[in-house]
Design a protein around this ligand. Structure first.
Ligand SMILES: NC(=O)c1ccc[n+]([C@@H]2O[C@H](COP(=O)([O-])OP(=O)(O)OC[C@H]3O[C@@H](n4cnc5c(N)ncnc54)[C@H](OP(=O)(O)O)[C@@H]3O)[C@@H](O)[C@H]2O)c1
Length: 262
């Protein structure tokens, strides 16, 4: 059943959680997009879709339960989105995962390496492959990959994470070389530091709360990347004129010190 009768442009966010994923969803919804949210946890997706609908109107967001480690699950969701909402104009591959406490290569099992690489890289390959034909037919499309410092530097403990992100960077370059001339704008966004969300940044925030680090908590945006600020970058990339397309950029908070080595 079609649920986008006014044919608003469609953005699909693969790996939609309460951090970057939701912030990007709100940013594009504010510009008139309908938003397809893909992840595994129904309760979280339902809440996100509700919040978007409250802000931007009933039917602005729909969610699709998807395991991004499984090609068939991705294909089913992307095909359903096409039927229900229309062809996808913007694909954001935002999912990514790593161990909080890294392991050395010797201690990393094949299964762990495979599982993390599936989420960090394979899901991006499978989803890109599925949306490209329609984007090429339309003569336009934006593909945005959320990435990390690990895409540029191998660090101890990141054996099951970095190779996938390096691959993601390479995949993005290949998309550009193969399809840029057909109107496809692909960009690789390196988030070079912890994000103020549930995961890595959340751990830091809780530590600072326990330690009473008031200055950091008062100036949290100087220490942790704010998802809503990052979301501006995604919109900026999508709306760049085709005479000046950015392929890769990085972002970090002012006082980032944990990962940055620039
Ligand atoms: N957080 C940081 O500090 C940080 C720092 C640098 C880079 N990044 C990058 O930012 C991206 C994530 O952004 P975020 O941390 O703000 O997270 P987020 O947008 O809040 O959530 C991402 C969502 O991805 C979903 N996901 C994970 N594995 C999945 C799978 N197999 N199938 C379907 N969905 C899956 C999870 O939802 P379900 O569990 O419901 O499936 C999760 O909520 C990643 O690419 C990460 O590498 C994050």
């Amino acid at each position: 059943m079609a649920v986008n009768p006014k044919m608003h442009p469609v953005i699909a966010i693969l790996g939609a959680g309460p951090g970057i994923g939701e912030a990007v969803a709100h940013r594009f919804a504010a510009e008139g997009f309908v938003v397809a949210l893909l992840a595994r946890s129904e309760a979280k997706l339902q809440n996100m879709a509700q919040r978007i609908d409250i802000d931007y109107g009933e039917g602005t967001a729909k969610y699709y339960l998807t395991d991004l480690c499984v090609e068939e699950s991705i294909n089913n969701s992307l095909d359903t989105i096409k039927t229900e909402l229309g062809s996808i104009q913007v694909l954001v591959y935002n999912a990514g995962a790593r161990r909080v406490h890294g392991r050395s290569i010797i201690d990393t099992t094949t299964e762990e390496f495979e599982n993390f690489t599936k989420i960090n890289l394979y899901g991006a390959f499978w989803s890109t492959k599925r949306v490209l034909p329609d984007m090429i037919t339309a003569g336009r499309g934006t593909i945005l990959f959320t990435s990390a410092t690990g895409a540029l530097r191998g660090m101890p403990g990141l054996a099951s994470f970095s190779p996938g992100k390096f691959g993601l960077r390479s995949l993005c370059q290949i998309i550009t070389r193969e399809y840029q001339s057909k109107g496809i704008h692909a960009a690789h966004i390196i988030v070079d530091g912890p994000v103020d969300g549930d995961l890595i940044g959340g751990v830091a925030r809780r530590r600072w709360e326990q330690a009473g680090e008031e200055e950091k908590l008062r100036n949290i945006d100087a220490y942790l990347v704010q998802p809503t600020d990052l979301a501006q970058i995604y919109w900026f990339l999508h709306t760049q004129p085709r005479s000046a397309w950015t392929h890769e950029l990085d972002a970090r908070s002012q006082n980032e010190a944990m990962y940055s080595k620039i």
